[in-house]
Design a protein around this ligand. Structure first.
Ligand SMILES: [Zn+2]
Length: 298
């Protein structure tokens, strides 16, 4: 009887070991997904998922690493652990192949990778006429421009590991596009940097909505941007709204997706009232229109 009992214990022990081993091998399986090709100046969603739990996924892109906490979702009636991030292909990236890598710190560390083809998008040239002080800024405002740039740099350099964004994003104003992202611009006959945002038509006083939930990191009057608001949506995604007639939020304020953050105006370097919308992934300016067209949940 005693022998029978110990034999049963041994069988159970072996069975337990087999199950544990099977569990470990499942835990080691992770998958990575992204689009197969991305145009220069656009961001894309990279996703690591597994049927077994993991805490943090690490994405590798353009010599940088990004840590993203996993969330548990239900897919086809079964739980799945997913980590998603927006990664950029900058405007000046040349066509070619880039490698995206992912790994999770698991019992058995497994890494995965994908090749992404960078394509080149044609960007037109746009001629604009503005007050000359915005083309050749007077000496007395140079310090202010420097301060503005430094403040924006701090916001764009911040990486918070809490995610507040969700796809699809909210279009801040209903108006149509008046100037595309990435166009080469000539102000009063002088070539200046590319347009690092999307201009949307709107009348002065029209409410502007936040593209996603987040934390206001900067709400100030900037020389070029006029009344501007920068929102940190977490995991390196930031949106900025410029030329407002009035700002409706304060630094540090938590906003939700679709919340009104200010009103359309014509402050700063403008030719008339409109909303200039900029979006940044990991500090790199990316096309807001392409982001707005990302439809699926993250
Ligand atoms: Zn603009």
């Amino acid at each position: 009887m005693k022998m029978m009992r110990s034999l049963l214990s041994l069988t159970l022990f072996v069975l337990f070991c087999c199950m544990a081993w099977a569990g470990v091998s499942v835990a080691a399986t992770i998958s990575i997904s992204s689009p197969g090709s991305v145009a220069n100046g656009e961001a894309f969603v990279a996703r690591i998922s597994s049927a077994s739990s993991f805490d943090v996924a690490r994405f590798g892109w353009k010599q940088k690493q990004y840590a993203v906490p996993a969330i548990k979702v239900q897919e086809g009636g079964a739980p799945r652990w997913v980590a998603s991030i927006l990664l950029p292909v900058s405007l000046d990236e040349k066509p070619g192949k880039l490698t995206l890598t992912g790994r999770v710190n698991d019992a058995a560390v497994k890494s995965v990778s994908r090749t992404i083809q960078v394509t080149s998008k044609k960007r037109p040239v746009q001629n604009l006429k503005v007050e000359n002080k915005y083309v050749e800024p007077p000496k007395e405002v140079l310090d202010r421009i420097k301060r503005d740039r430094a403040a924006v740099k701090v916001v764009l350099g911040k990486y918070t590991s809490t995610s507040h964004w969700r796809l699809p994003l909210v279009k801040p104003v209903p108006g149509s596009v008046s100037s595309l992202f990435g166009v080469k611009r000539v102000f009063n006959g002088k070539p200046r940097s590319e347009h690092k945002g999307l201009d949307l038509r709107g009348a002065t006083g029209q409410p502007i909505k936040a593209m996603a939930g987040g934390i206001v990191r900067l709400s100030d009057s900037l020389y070029y941007g006029g009344n501007s608001v920068y929102i940190d949506h977490g995991l390196g995604f930031v949106s900025a709204y410029m030329h407002m007639s009035s700002i409706g939020v304060k630094d540090g304020q938590r906003v939700s997706a679709g919340e009104v953050i200010g009103k359309v105006g014509a402050t700063g370097r403008v030719t008339g009232p409109h909303l200039h919308l900029s979006t940044y992934a990991q500090g790199v300016a990316v096309d807001p229109e392409a982001l707005l067209s990302l439809a699926s949940g993250k």
